[in-house]
Design a protein around this ligand. Structure first.
Ligand SMILES: Cc1ncc(C[n+]2csc(CCOP(=O)(O)OP(=O)(O)O)c2C)c(N)n1
Length: 193
């Protein structure tokens, strides 16, 4: 399966009130076009989806927060993995779409091919980890996504995906617009100090 195919599969099983954080580049573009709802589509700097997902899950404990990240982004923000495992937010789910490259910028290899994700995440203290290391297993991927949404507690799902070179249009919402639409769409009100 390709990353975009996983995201569209995923969009079929969402219940509607989940909060999604997608990593910058292709993953955010694909999520933006396929999910077509107000979520946090990160743009610009890499490496932030784990920390943004952690902050969001702690500040919005009533909502399920789902981070969808490329392997490049996940690895750049790896320090947050141990913090996430330590605080273990019940409402947080992390999905890694691992194509072993920085596809957005032309396919330079990441260091993903030599990482054992299950060991990495479990060693950091995450208890519920699934790592799908064979590509193209749609049935298995769907089953794991359904389980990820249903099962209680912090969970991480690592999925090897095929490299996808299709260039998608940029996200045509400015980051401030993304934030405003997200707040409005999920009825989040911040108290002014
Ligand atoms: C700090 C930083 N470094 C580099 C870039 C350039 N850049 C944008 S997306 C991207 C690749 C992201 O890789 P990954 O998360 O694996 O997703 P993929 O592109 O494979 O879908 C890179 C290198 C950036 N935006 N920010």
């Amino acid at each position: 399966m390709k990353g975009a195919e996983v995201i569209s599969l995923f969009s079929e099983i969402l219940q509607g009130d989940e909060m999604i954080v997608s990593s910058n580049g292709n993953v955010s573009r694909q999520a933006f076009h396929l999910l077509n709802k107000p979520h946090i589509y990160l743009r610009g700097s890499m490496g932030l989806p784990l920390s943004v997902g952690l902050g969001l899950s702690l500040s919005q404990p009533e909502n399920k927060v789902i981070v969808i990240t490329g392997d490049g982004n996940f690895l750049m923000g790896l320090g947050s993995l141990t913090t996430i495992a330590h605080f273990s937010p019940e409402n947080l789910r992390i999905i890694i779409l691992d194509n072993e490259v920085y596809a957005t910028t032309g396919g330079q290899p990441t260091v993903s091919s030599t990482i054992n994700y299950k060991l990495l995440m479990e060693g950091s203290g995450v208890e519920n980890v699934v790592s799908l290391t064979s590509i193209n297993n749609e049935k298995e991927v769907k089953k794991s996504l359904v389980k990820l949404l249903k099962q209680e507690g912090l969970q991480m799902l690592h999925i090897k995906v095929e490299r996808d070179d299709i260039k998608l249009a940029n996200i045509d919402w400015h980051p401030t617009e993304i934030t405003k639409k997200f707040h409005f769409g999920h009825k989040i009100h911040f108290k002014s100090s």
